[in-house]
Design a protein around this ligand. Structure first.
Ligand code: ADP
Ligand code: G6P
Length: 735
């Protein structure tokens, strides 16, 4: 049976060895807790690190460990303590984690840990390759394994690979500071589908791909050689049922069945029914903003002293990555802060902060969620934050208030919570006040909406959506109408070419015969191209046409003395055998007065863009603009133009970094057909790279050999990977 292979640094359980016996404890953190429910089906295998280094595993115990993991559908990758230092404590958590959470000053760029990161990623990739069948699906998780997709792709070019990043992807300005930024991007691009929690992370990633690798990105598709990689956002949900049912069961528990923790919480509630519990739960991580939260609590007690002895903050901090110096410092800072605030405000009967530094069993987590009036989560940056969702899921009577940082990915889906900026103490203090005083009806109304949403978009739906999208991506990739122009196909085409009595060939210029240049006038033909075209024009029984959107003056200058056949301005003008250009279509120009000022306003507001005035069309070029900004403006211009030209017989052509407006009755397809219908041609060939060439591909007869340069969707029958291959292909017809 085909299986799904989940691969992440953490397995769903962590192993511990006490006196030679092995115990498995559940892993903490969003990835492990979320994926656990996805993994429970029978046809998946989870590969990861056991949490123990090779040195920590006593001789002879390895088979027992494998058995213990197999019970959880898991298998381990072995890591030495040196590897764990460089890969986990090093590059993953001292470089990537701080950088991706915008803690630039904490990021260390050390060559040695990068080397270990690469070597360990290769170990994970090898572990996959050892067990993966051709039809299996690989799902790689998170920032510790960003090179794995490419490493697997190299060995299994056709296997299906998905990647999901559980942390934020930072803006290009941050990401570009990393010395190995290109390697990391290329590693990820081994995938077929790359998922993020939010659209913002997706957008940042695409921007880095465009700017750092210069790859073609169209909407959320990335074109890399002969592959298309899809990027999308899938906000991760929780196992809603597990939390809501645990909470229901908790409500029904008789007094005698309650946990020690619950009994203590109840005692405090009973002693003062008006008192409120604030809950703060996170891994002990600087990105979670725990220290700021404590300071903000102090500020709240000072600003609203009436709540002294009335509120209590329960802080649950789970130990995490304690070998990393920043985490050790943070632990110290929080210990001191809790001590100081408690020292400052405590009374005989009241301790403002209860602080737990440990992992808690699931039942106790439910005790805390269900007993707290307010969940107060203020990460400075957080990929998602599942605790926020878990709190809402446990509120069986729909009461309770969630105060959540805007900087958490989950804030995007939880608008009904009270959203705050974690750096704004004034706002936080006022929001706590608002939360304490929020009428029960309002609490219920807000939570009802949140619960409905979380129940629907739960973790299972999240995983299914991702997997469906991954499957579809593979299908789309194979269902391209056009096929790669292989040597075999080319051999067949050459046979037809030789057999034919009269041949017709259309060659697009920019992006096909010549590369792009910021200044279109500088993309002039080189000597080798003249040589090639001379030889092609001299072919017997073969009519070769350059077909271009270029203006007639430029082509007159470049090609008229050579007597090449030419169609320019998308089909307005034609010149054959060195004769002057004559009009192929009668077109109007009066619309230009109306459109020109619109384009000018876009030039003013988009540095680097410019207008090209042709005889019968206007083009707005944005190749030299900032890629993201240019794209944004292009979308805007498209909208403006569409409404402006609604009643005119004009069309908008979206070319390669250019938007062109021209009469609707002019296009390359129509022009090519006019030439085609003049004689009895029995071999027709057309090659081009952008939208404007699609008209040719569509309109020429089915038997024509149509070739697209690049991998974008096309009506052409074949494609070749890049402009580098065009001239070599044309040489085949001259041999
Ligand atoms: P992160 O992934 O950064 O740790 P999330 O909020 O997304 O943050 O996920 C934390 C996960 O860990 C949640 O599923 C939560 O239930 C679990 N968790 C948090 N605190 C504890 C704890 N003390 N003991 C056990 N699990 C915990
Ligand atoms: C976050 C990361 C996970 C990680 C978890 C716990 O959720 O996205 O990849 O597993 O934190 O961190 P740890 O370092 O203990 O695995």
């Amino acid at each position: 049976m085909d299986k799904t292979i989940i691969i992440s640094n953490r397995l769903p359980v962590q192993l511990q060895i006490d006196n030679g016996s092995i115990t498995a404890i559940p892993s903490v953190g969003g990835l492990a807790t979320g994926m656990k429910s996805v993994h429970s089906g029978g046809d998946s295998l989870w590969i990861g690190w056991s949490g123990l280094t090779d040195e920590e595993i006593p001789d002879g115990l390895a088979p027992e460990i494998d058995k213990a993991l197999a019970k959880h559908g898991s298998s381990k990758v072995n890591l030495t303590s040196e590897e764990v230092d460089g890969f986990y404590y090093g590059f993953s958590n001292r470089t990537i984690w701080p950088l991706f959470h915008y803690f630039l000053e904490y990021s260390e760029f050390e060559l040695q840990s990068w080397e270990t990161y690469k070597a360990v990623n290769q170990k994970f990739a090898d572990a996959i390759l050892k067990v993966a069948g051709q039809n299996d699906t690989i799902w790689v998780h998170d920032y510790q394994l960003m090179l794995v997709p490419q490493m697997v792709r190299e060995k299994r070019p056709n296997i299906s690979i998905g990647f999901f990043l559980h942390i934020p992807f930072p803006s290009y300005e941050i990401f570009r500071t990393m010395p190995w930024r290109k390697e990391v991007l290329m590693g990820l691009l081994g995938s077929d589908l790359i998922g993020f929690h939010t659209y913002d992370y997706e957008r940042h990633f695409l921007s880095s791909v465009r700017r750092l690798l210069g790859l073609e990105v169209s909407f959320n598709d990335i074109y890399l050689e002969d592959r298309v990689i899809k990027v999308d956002s899938f906000p991760m949900g929780i196992d809603y049922k597990k939390f809501s049912e645990a909470a229901k069961k908790h409500d029904e528990n008789k007094t005698g069945e309650r946990s020690e923790l619950q009994r203590r919480l109840d005692m405090h509630k009973e002693s003062d029914p008006e008192a409120k519990f604030f809950l703060s739960i996170d891994r002990l991580d600087y990105s979670k903003g725990i220290a700021k939260r404590l300071n903000a609590f102090e500020y709240f007690l000072t600003k609203y002293p009436q709540y002294k002895e009335k509120v209590r903050l329960i802080v649950l901090a789970v130990p995490s990555r304690s070998n990393v110096p920043q985490y050790q410092l943070l632990k110290k800072e929080i210990d001191e802060l809790v001590g100081r605030i408690n020292g400052e405000f405590s009374t005989v009967s009241w301790t403002p902060i209860w602080y737990f530094y440990r992992s808690m069993p699931f039942e106790n987590l439910i005790d805390l969620y269900t007993s707290s009036d307010i969940a107060w989560l203020t990460p400075i940056r957080d990929g998602m934050n599942l605790v926020a969702k878990e709190y809402i899921a446990t509120r069986t009577d729909k009461t309770g208030v969630l105060i959540l940082s805007e900087m958490a990915g989950s804030a995007n889906e939880m608008n009904e919570a009270l959203l705050i900026n974690p750096n704004n103490f004034e706002e936080i203090a006022d929001t706590l006040y608002e939360a304490i005083n929020m009428p029960v009806e309002e609490q219920k109304a807000r939570n009802a909406i949140l619960q409905k949403r979380l129940e629907r978009y739960n973790v299972e739906k999240w995983a299914n959506d991702f997997m469906t999208s991954l499957k579809n991506q593979k299908l789309i990739d194979h269902s391209y109408k056009s096929r790669k122009l292989s040597n075999d196909i080319l051999g067949d085409i050459k046979k037809e070419y030789k057999k034919a009595k009269k041949r017709l060939m259309f060659l697009d210029y920019d992006g096909t015969l010549a590369g792009f240049h910021g200044d279109p006038q500088k993309a002039n033909p080189d000597e080798a191209l003249y040589g090639l075209l001379d030889r092609m024009s001299a072919l017997e029984n073969t009519d070769v046409y350059l077909i271009s959107g270029r203006d007639k003056d430029t082509f007159t200058k470049w090609f008229l003395p050579k007597k090449y056949n030419m169609i320019v301005e998308h089909g307005v003008w034609i010149s054959e055998n060195g004769e002057d250009f004559r009009m192929l279509e009668n077109v109007k120009k009066d619309w230009m007065e109306k459109i020109h000022p619109v384009l000018e306003s876009f030039v003013d507001r988009t540095p680097g863009s410019f207008i090209e005035e042709k005889n019968y069309s206007l083009a707005w070029h944005y190749r030299k603009t900032d890629p993201d900004f240019g794209q944004k403006r292009a979308t805007e211009l498209n909208t403006v133009l569409t409404s402006l030209i609604a009643n005119d017989d004009l069309s908008i052509l979206n070319g390669n970094k250019v938007i062109e407006i021209k009469s609707s009755n002019v296009n390359k397809g129509r022009a090519a057909m006019r030439v085609f219908s003049q004689q009895e041609y029995d071999f027709v060939f057309a090659i081009g790279d952008d939208w404007t060439d699609e008209f040719m591909f569509q309109e020429l007869p089915e038997s024509a050999i149509t070739v697209k340069v690049g991998r974008q969707k096309t009506q052409a029958s074949y494609y070749i990977d890049s402009i580098k291959n065009v001239r070599g292909l044309l040489e085949h017809f001259i041999e």
